[in-house]
Every structure is written in C-alpha cells, then in structure tokens.
Design a protein around this ligand. Sequence first.
Ligand code: HEC
Ligand SMILES: [Cu+2]
Length: 383
Amino acid sequence: MNWQIPTLFGQTETAKTVLERVQETTLPGTTVPASSIERPETGVSYWFPEQASTFAKGVDDLYMFIFWVSTVFFIAIVVAMVYLCLKYRRRGKEIVVEPSSSHNTNLEIAWSVLPSILLVPMFWWGATGYFDSRIPAEDAEEILVTASRYNWLFTYPDGDSSSELHLVRDKPVTLKMQSNDVLHSMYVPAFRQKMDIVPGRYTYAFMVPTKLGQYRLACTEYCGEGHSKMRTLCEVHIDDQDRKENTQWIESEHAPWENGERIYKIHCSGCHRIDGQAATGPALNLTWNREGKTHTGEAFKADDNYILESIWYPAAKVVEGYGPVSKMNSFKGILSQDQVNHVIAYLKHLQDPNAANAPADEPTDTEPVAGEKSTEEETETEA
Ligand code: HEC
Ligand SMILES: [Cu+2]
C-alpha cells in the first residue's frame, strides 16, 4: 500500500508535468507502454521514498537487512531476559550465592565469531555501496552545486544555471559542490544521496537517476534560521532535449572557460604561460589533472581541490623546483570560489578545447568542433 499525505513541497500540483510531457511527445496514434512511464513522486510516503537512482535499492536492502537482524535479536534478547528473570527470581528468604565462572574459551570464541558472520557482510555491503555513490563514472556530466544561506544554484557545463536541479534519466552525473558561507548538506531522499558541502573546498556526489519525475532536494545540515526553507526540486528529464526546453535557465553570457581565460589574462599571465614553458610559475596548460610533487617530495594530483588551494593558499603546496618559498601571492579575497571554478574550466579547456568540463580522468580524443571559438581574440574580432 502506498500511503500519501498532502505534499510538503507542492509536488502534487506540478508532479504530473514530466509524465504529461512523455505522453505529449509521443506520436499521435501510438501508445506509451505503461511500464515506460514511472510514477513521479507525488507526495511523501510514510515508508521509504521512491527508489530513483541506481544505488537506491542497495541502500534500502541493506537497511532492511540490518532492521530485521536487529529485530530478531531484540526479540530473542528480551524473551530470554524475561524468562531468566522469572526463572531465577528470588524465592524465600535465604540467599544462595553460586560462584560464576570467570572464563569460558568456547563461549568467548562463539560470541566473537557468530556476530562477525553477520557484521562483516554488513560492513562489506555498506562499504561497496558507499564507494558506488562516491566514485564518479568517467563519462559523468559535471554540475556545479552552489549552496548559500538559504538557496541552491546549479550550474551546468555550458555555464547556464537553474535554481532547481535538472537531470537526465540514465545519465550519470557528478555534483561538484561548494558553499558560499557555512556548512550545508545536499540530500535527495529518492536518490539516497546525501553529502556535506564544506566552505573553502569542493565535495562530490555521484549518481545515476533512473526514473522520470520530480523529487525533493533539501539542505540537511542546520545552517541558520532559514535552513528549513533551503529546499528545491530535482527533476529527472527524458533526455537532454527535454531538459533544455523545460528548464527555467539563468543564462550566462560566457562559457565558464571564457571567464577563466579573462581571469588568467588579468591576474596570472604575468607569471604563468600556457604554451608548456615554465616561467616564474609552472605552465598552466599542463596543470589540470597532472600528478606532481611538492618541493618537499609530497605527491599530489592537480584536481579541483589542489587548484583551489594553489590559488588561495599558494604556500600550502609549493611545486617541486619552485620552493622553498612560493613566489605566488595568495588570491584569497581577490578571486571567489566561483572565479576559481572558471579558472579550472579554463585549465581543462587548455587541455581539451572540445570538452572544457570533461571529468578528470577522461581526456576525450575527439577533434575540436569546427568554428569553435578557441581564443578571446577570435571572440573579439567576431563581435
Ligand atoms: C607572482 C607570480 C605568480 C602569479 C601572479 C600567479 N602565480 Fe601561480 N604560481 C607561481 C609560482 C612561483 C608557482 C609555483 C610555486 C607554488 O606552487 O606555489 C605557482 C603555482 C601555481 C599553480 C600550481 C601549478 C601546478 O602545475 O602544480 C597553480 C594552479 C597556479 N599557480 C595558478 C595560478 C593562477 C590561477 C593565477 C592567477 C589567478 C596565478 N597562479 C598567479 C607564481 C604566480
Ligand atoms: Cu543549508
């Protein structure tokens, strides 16, 4: 039975839209097989919300397994306790003191081994599920989530944003998350996905939505008096086209990498080059995703967090050959984390103009699209 209560987020009025669109986009005369339309989340169920991502079922199964193991042991322990209380209750006035054994090897082995048989699989199951939800697939789309008191902003690879999260069914997505102020946490119950958003660094959540519909997305870390209002919708679309047409876009004039290029020219080009030649600092076209060493021999990988740290706190990891004191000044307070995102997009773009936002480990080998604007000069001459 599916218990429904009136909605907290107003989905009952809006939830039909994806479903309706599936029907509308179907050619007249053809019928959509019922199995291909999933029921959108229309309210709040009293038990688990819908399973709308690839790993939701695993999370629920593990939960139920732990729940039933706990229930069985709870009943067994309480029954035994009541029985023993009755059996050994004090009768009459005399007190018989029986010596208790201080050691019993068999018993001790039994109470170590038997619980392990249940607990080790629980750990294994939980750990693998956790990794599934944290390690991005290589072809995942990267959406930047910006949390601020008390709202959400989602920025897509082309630079456009929306205040609701729009995903595409069966398309893997990595949420790269940043906070503008305090600690927040992103939670989409239907995806069983929850991750802290920490000021001053990036965190990630990975998922593959599997069902069309609208789902609740909320902040789940108390962040101030407006915390309970910090919620929005997450909509899963049929395909990219459907998402493009049915999202309220906040359009950005420039692609993130174009903004990054501008920042580079203003702030960085005095010390860094982008032609592979080292100058005062390393060549930035080689930086993204490289594996390098600091001057003290510590290994690092030039991922998002490394680049953020290099820009805000250059002294934290001084690159081998440039130490011991970094000649780079800190850009903390000069460049916001959003501007750092643009720089990162530019560094990726320098390596692969065709996929400025490709995920870290997958440089694509496709040719640049003909006519793609690759330098600002071109942009200017065209304008
Ligand atoms: C005054 C010179 C100077 C300026 C200006 C400067 N840098 Fe640097 N940068 C350096 C030096 C020197 C290093 C190497 C030492 C270190 O790691 O701090 C470096 C290192 C880096 C690294 C690590 C590179 C790698 O391959 O490991 C990044 C990323 C970086 N800078 C980004 C920037 C960005 C982005 C800007 C502009 C916003 C900038 N820098 C401006 C001098 C500079
Ligand atoms: Cu919050």
